[in-house]
Ligand binder design. Structure first.
Ligand SMILES: Cc1cc2nc3c(=O)[nH]c(=O)nc-3n(C[C@H](O)[C@H](O)[C@H](O)COP(=O)(O)O)c2cc1C
Length: 319
């Protein structure tokens, strides 16, 4: 199906700046959309639904009809007591893109469709993908191995190939994508859009603390630890940050119980404030830049990668 027409407006590069807890807010979203990619944030980055409404107003007031569209992430789960109120605000503000996590629920999809909004759902397996397709999601975000946050464990080629066999909607690829060449590779694999989280933490507009951004620059794939020890659900964390918070190798190896297994959402929220998440793409991040400069660079790399490919492909040579 490709990308829905109402998300193509203002889009200069097939990229979504992924929603990140405690990291993405209005500055990042507005800068992303003005640079020509889709900017997003989690509704829960504001403590209350009133705060969420303020951000929606701030973002829609700053964007012009020619800018790229924006999106929000809603956690569709019984532990999210704000879901009903946040969904209503999302519909009232006609948010162009809604990214649902955890539950793929057809009532939520119907509410977003009622005003012409688009729904993408996060998945880490074919089973999740089938359920989301049944619920009517317009797109599936394949969160593969090496992603930041609650990453999946599957190889992107394997998951994308299997999902493409039955899903005709938009496919969004996620996991360790850091450069324009990575975006081109995602497209070549059959994804419609690339989903980049960690790369956007290292931008001026990200709400992450400076020490967090600095740690990203010093880290590489080998420093990312995928562990359930922090919140009870496996996620990717910066090793140095785990260490700084007392997660010893014994705790991480499961030989000792973790100090604070956070099963409730508010507990998990606390944990993420001090234990910092990142994907395996960190080794390819070397600077903290304004979003506009990053997007410009990604565009150049994307175009160069395409040109190289066409040239080599046409030449039919393997060198
Ligand atoms: C610090 C951090 C926080 C995240 N928070 C959320 C979130 O609140 N909701 C969500 O759907 N995904 C969240 N993610 C996952 C991202 O949306 C995205 O899938 C992931 O970052 C892509 O992998 P990458 O970081 O390797 O680019 C988070 C990722 C990171 C790194």
């Amino acid at each position: 199906m490709g990308i829905a027409d109402n998300l193509k407006t203002g889009l200069k590069l097939p990229v979504i700046a992924a929603p990140m807890f405690l990291v993405s807010g209005p500055d990042l979203v507005i800068a992303a959309c003005k640079s020509g990619i889709i900017g997003t944030f989690p509704a829960l980055n504001q403590r209350t639904s009133e705060g969420y409404a303020d951000w929606l107003e701030q973002i829609s007031a700053a964007l012009s009809p020619d800018d790229a569209r924006y999106g929000v992430n809603l956690i569709v789960h019984k532990t999210n007591s704000r879901l009903e109120a946040d969904l209503k605000l999302t519909v009232d503000h006609q948010v162009p893109l809604v990214i649902t996590s955890l539950g793929a629920v057809s009532e939520v999809v119907d509410s977003i469709h009622s005003y012409g909004g688009v729904v993408f759902h996060d998945v880490i397996s074919v089973r999740h993908a089938e359920k989301a397709a049944e619920a009517g999601a317009d797109g599936l975000i394949l969160v593969c191995a090496g992603a930041g946050g609650h990453a999946g464990t599957l190889n992107p080629f394997a998951l994308l190939g299997e999902v493409r066999r039955f899903f005709k909607g938009t496919i969004i690829l996620s996991g360790a994508l850091s450069t324009g060449r990575d975006v081109a590779a995602a497209r070549l694999m059959g994804a419609d859009l690339a989903y980049m989280g960690t790369r956007f933490i290292a931008t001026r507009e990200a709400m992450a603390q400076e020490a967090y951004k600095a740690m990203l620059l010093e880290s590489a794939a080998k420093d990312i630890v995928y562990t359930p020890a922090v919140s009870g659900v496996a996620a990717s964390f910066l090793g140095a940050s785990l260490q700084a918070n007392g997660f010893t190798p014994e705790i991480l190896a499961g030989e000792k119980p973790a100090m604070d297994m956070a099963h409730e959402m508010h507990e998990e929220a606390k944990a993420w404030k001090t234990v910092w998440s990142a994907g395996q793409g960190v080794g390819n991040i070397e600077d903290i830049v304004p979003v506009a400069d990053l997007v410009e660079r990604l565009r150049t790399e994307y175009e160069e990668a395409g040109a190289d490919f066409v040239q080599n492909f046409n030449a039919g040579t393997v060198t």
